[in-house]
Write a new protein. Sequence first.
Length: 225
Amino acid sequence: MDRGRGESERDDGRYARERDRMVDEQVAARGVTDPRVVAALRRVPRHRFVQEALQDRAYGDHPLPTGEEQTISQPYIVGLMTSLLELSGREKVLEVGTGSGYQTAVLAELARRVCSIERLPRLAERARATLEALGYDNVWVRVGNGALGWPDEAPFDRIIVTAGGPGVPPPLVQQLADGGRMVLPVGSPENQVLTLVENVGGEIRKQAHSDCKFVKLVGKYAWES
Ligand code: SAH
């Protein structure tokens, strides 16, 4: 898909070069090599999802603040979670924790449609504006507690949660389609395990993947503050 291409043509080549280096050194070198995921990460202009003062650091090997005490995930984590979803292009995806909208854009490149929920209205508003400016027209951003899912749009072929909670929120399991995959960090507020949940013919299978650290998933079915 060509979304975002106009942008990368305009960004003076410099960010495009930094982006290629980010993908080669931080993502592919650590084992995320799915060609569709790698190509999407090369396309999405990550610097557009961070505040102007931080744009020079957008392609570094770390998370960055998005304001409101939240962060845009490290590029490697975005690549890893996206590849665990195994997207073919036909899926309807639920994302919990829109944040900057960067992960949302990567999903939008690789899936049919993305429904994303953000708890904080200011972040949701900014993410919506950025995604629209970049021409993503298969993304819906809503304000709310994503641990409750998005019942009107369920079931989802894929679910991704980009904030860490104490367990797998039951409404998300209920809204995962048969054959669906969900990736989310589960654990304490300080440390979590990236967990893959699959719905195989109605049987729910869980698999621990690797250690990670996300900001807190807040609200019912998550941390209360
Ligand atoms: N994927 C984001 C990372 C966001 S950090 C990015 O690429 O920028 C996690 C986000 O989850 C924060 O913006 C936080 O406000 C949001 N969040 C926390 N609890 C939530 C909840 N219960 N429902 C929806 N969003 C939540």
